[in-house]
Design a protein around this ligand. Sequence first.
Ligand code: GLC
Length: 421
Amino acid sequence: MTTDRIEAAHATLRANDRGGYTVPNPRIYPFQWNWDSAFVAMGFGTFDMSRAFDEIDLLLKGQWDNGLVPHIVFHAPADNYFPGPAVWGTNQPTPSSGITQSPVLASAARHLWEATKGQPEAEARLARIYPGLVRYHDWWHTTRDPKGTGLVTTLHPWETGGDNSPAWDQPLERVPSETVTPVVRRDDKVVDPSMRPLAIDYQRYIHLVDTYRATGWDPAKMLAVSPFRVADIGTNAILHRAELDLLAMSHRFGTPAERARIVERIPAMGAAIGRQWDAADGHFYSRDLISDTPIKVATSGGFLPLWAGCASAAQAGALESTLMGWLRQVRYAVPSTNPADPRYEPRRYWRGPIWSVVNWMIAEGFAGYGYTDIAGRIRADTRALVTKNGFWEYFDPRDGTGLGGPDFSWTAAIDLLLTPA
Ligand code: GLC
């Protein structure tokens, strides 16, 4: 049974392999995605270490001279995705989008390092990857937090990875729905539209792409003109954790000057994330940086300061109670939005469904604080959803129905990471 399951996960990753990089799902997402690849690399790391490093190498092949690691790298053409490279118009040697995504990458590299400690071949591969990771983190801080507030800005819901989360409803109201580029969606032809973002969401997503393309993808101009500027709690927590992982690797692969930069950034980020805590609600919130106010919509991203290790012991305890409250309302952990929230929609993408990758990070986070029961519950639920249905993109928290696309790469990768040794 376990062997069959492991083989099925391997087969899913192999089927989605395009020769060194993995597509999340060929029918919906036929290119390489940034944070998907980080999880996929860890998944490959359980059975093919060389292939795991290839995944990171190819993602970094899309890295820009200024350090940006794009959210999509278009290694080969495919006409079943919108917006494709022509809409982005980024003019890069390897075609790519012009925005980034939650930076799990350095954490994935650290994970592979821990799994291969002392193996010369792996060390050589990591030594080649490491400088790109440093440049990526420098990019985050210099272009997305130029004033040194400790919080980085996300300029597009796609950068958060949680595209249509209800947390972005209010900030998106400032974004006009007019577009220069005609919106020709493909996603809603292959997935039931009731599980996908709305037409108005796409109008606004593309308005933002048009706006940034018009700046020539100049980071300072993008920040200055954007009508959408948000400090996503999930992205900030993920970057904080990635900084700790980069720091650990810097002792082996880096220079003292790099190390000093990373060491200086970490406490400032931790303190700034700490200020996003809402004691009354027992949750961390994202922040709208245009109005400079918290976005009081409780999402699964609000648990990720546990993954970052920057929540206090008291906050970790409060987060456990918060999650227990959510789980009294649904069968499976962890819904992407508080089920008591009026904006919660259990089947619509990031407005309620469960995502394996987020579950994995939250479970690791709780375990790190000693909350092994709830960590075990989250891991068991993540496995049970796959047992019941397979490697779906996301799942309904009430009955576990598989949603979005089947045979999804990162769901298979997480299943491998959760397979008992
Ligand atoms: C969707 C998800 C995003 C993911 C991508 C590829 O855009 O919202 O998080 O990276 O699909 O799977």
